[in-house]
Design a protein around this ligand. Structure first.
Ligand SMILES: [Zn+2]
Length: 121
């Protein structure tokens, strides 16, 4: 990262300020003309500390990641298309409200990676 030597004192301070304010690396990349990996490289070069994300922001980012998988999927019980939260969400809201689903009297359940059966939501 030799181009760092050309950074002005102001730019360096802005970078450190944005880093410490927990601005997401992608946004910092756009601000400073770097790739996301470049942001982390500069951060290492500056010796900036790991940042601890405030709980609220971490939750927002996690939800955004989950929502990437949201899509319209066909319900496995009634075969209607519905707005699904992700690949594991295959039963529509209406079917989950039926006593049959809530009491587990269906052929469908989610199998967790360790082989246990998960609970429907
Ligand atoms: Zn359904």
């Amino acid at each position: 990262m030799t181009r760092l030597k050309s950074w002005s004192e102001l730019k360096r301070r802005q970078f450190a300020g944005a880093w410490n304010a927990c601005v997401p690396a992608g946004d910092m990349g756009r601000m400073f003309g770097l790739s996301e990996a470049g942001v982390y490289a500069v951060r290492r070069e500056f010796g900036l500390p790991d940042r601890v994300m405030p709980r609220g922001r971490a939750a927002v980012l996690r939800d955004a990641a989950i929502n990437k998988f949201a899509d319209h999927r066909r319900c496995l019980m009634c075969n209607e298309t519905f707005r699904s939260d992700g690949p594991g969400n295959r039963i529509c809201r209406g079917c989950k409200d039926t006593p049959a689903w809530r009491e587990g009297q269906t052929d469908y359940s989610m199998v967790l990676p360790d082989g246990r059966k998960g609970e429907g939501r």
